[in-house]
Each structure stands twice: as C-alpha cells, then as structure tokens.
Write a new protein. Structure first.
Length: 262
C-alpha cells in the first residue's frame, strides 16, 4: 500500500532468506519476443544516440472493477487497492521500459492523474481511483545521454485509443505495440537521404505464455540460472517509481528514483 510497507516486506524476506519479487516481468523475455527485438535494436547501436521514447497505452473502456472483472469492486477503492491505473498497469509499464532502456535513475519532471466520467460509473461503492495517468520522465544512465520519455496509460478515455511504443535515436527509430506481440516491430532508418522501413523478425515463439513467464523467471532466479526476474531492491525501486508518480502528480514536485542494476 505504501513504500514503508514495501520496505518492511523486503526486510522480512531478507531475514528469512527469501526473495521478494514482482510478477510484472511477465512482459519480458522469450514469451514476448517483440519486446526482446526492441531491446536488441536499442543495444545494437543502429539507432545512434537515443534521445526520446514514447510509451502510450490508452483504452476507451477497460477499467478494472467496472468493464473488466466487474465483480472485483475493490479495484475502485484506494484504501483497498492502493490506487487506480498506476498501481494496476504501472508495474508492467515500468518493468518493460527499464528492461529496454536500462536506466540507473529516473527523473519524474511532471505527472498527472485523471478520472474520466461515464454513465457506467458505479454509485453504490467507493470509487476514488484514477483511470488515466501521464508523466514526463527522464531516464538517465551513467555515460549516456538522458532519454526523454513521454509516458501515458489509461483504461478510460474520451480521446482516441492509442497503443504506441517508439524509441528515437539520431540515426534511427524503432516502433512497436508493447503488449501485442501480433503487431510488427518496425525499424526506421535513413538511406541516401530517404526514410527506409524494415520489419524486424523477432524469431520463433517459445513454449511459455505471459501467464507462465513470472514462474519461469522466478524458478530460474531461485536455481541460480540466468533470469529476468525483478526481485528485492530492483522490485522495490520499481514500486518507488509508482508511488513517486502519485506524489509528483499530487504535489507538482519533481521526484528522482534510483534503479538497482539487474
């Protein structure tokens, strides 16, 4: 529910020789090959010096507790859920962005939250969470240029539905749909002064789905095998980002979060 409780969970896990993890890693690894293809493009240098990223996912109507899992009304009450869309989808978003861009710290320069109104809004339960958020971020890494990130997530919007991931560099850009592996990963570069588009082949799918991947990553981590699991300090840093986003939106004050190396 808050950073103090998260830190207590990490401390108790350490005292018992256990690991504290976050299931948001389901969108990383071989089960989501298009995200891995984007990461390879970033790491290859083909994009040049990376300076900007856009990460926007907006549904017209997909609110947890209303249109999605309407029987789970606890999603709508902050005292029980900790928050709305930032708590619900934010962990997946920050896990994916950190995996692709590998920052050592994140600055939240500005953030906002909103609760769009609809005729389907419930009146018989407490409904005090947000369903549309946005932030202007700066991903920093030692020795590299800071990457300006436009982040937006919504499960209710009166605007147009948008699903866009794009990373821009001085020599090229890569474009993808972060949570839909059926959509292509497109690399855009320059050739003879003209824009050239190329669809990147992500490779064959593995045997695991996004529902399997958290268990696969956690199993590998426990066994000492190569793993993408976010555990202990790294998982806690991701949670600090979520709470700092709320803090920045409420106070207007900039926040900086360090990110533990994978």
């Amino acid at each position: 529910m808050n950073v103090d409780e998260a830190e207590e969970m990490e401390r108790l896990a350490a005292e018992r020789g256990l690991l504290l993890g976050c299931c948001a890693v389901r969108h990383k690894g071989k089960g989501m090959l298009h995200n891995e293809a984007v990461k390879r493009a970033v790491q290859s240098g083909v994009l040049g010096e990376i300076y900007h990223a856009t990460f926007v996912n907006k549904w017209e109507r997909s609110r947890a507790g209303i249109e999605y899992q309407p029987q789970s009304r606890w999603f709508l009450e902050r005292a029980r859920s900790g928050g709305g869309i930032a708590m619900d989808w934010g962990p997946y978003d920050i896990s994916t962005l950190v995996d692709v861009l590998s920052p050592s710290s994140i600055d939240i320069a500005a953030a906002w939250t909103a609760k769009p109104e609809t005729a389907a809004d419930p009146t018989d339960v407490v409904y005090d969470v947000e369903h549309h958020i946005g932030a202007f971020l700066s991903f920093r890494r030692n020795g590299a240029r800071a990457v300006a990130v436009h982040y937006e997530r919504g499960t209710c919007t009166h605007g147009q539905e948008t699903f866009l991931g794009e990373i821009e560099g001085t020599r090229g850009a890569v474009h993808w749909t972060p949570y839909d592996s059926r959509q292509p990963v497109v690399l855009r570069t320059d050739r003879d002064g003209k824009v050239v588009e190329e669809v990147v082949d992500p490779g064959p799918r593995g045997p695991f789905t996004v529902m399997d991947l958290p268990l696969v990553h956690f199993y590998n981590r426990i066994r000492g095998l190569p793993s993408l699991a976010n555990v202990n300090g790294r998982a806690l840093d991701h949670y600090r980002f979520i709470r700092s986003l709320y803090d920045c939106a409420e106070t207007g004050e900039r926040r900086t979060i360090g990110i533990e190396e994978a």
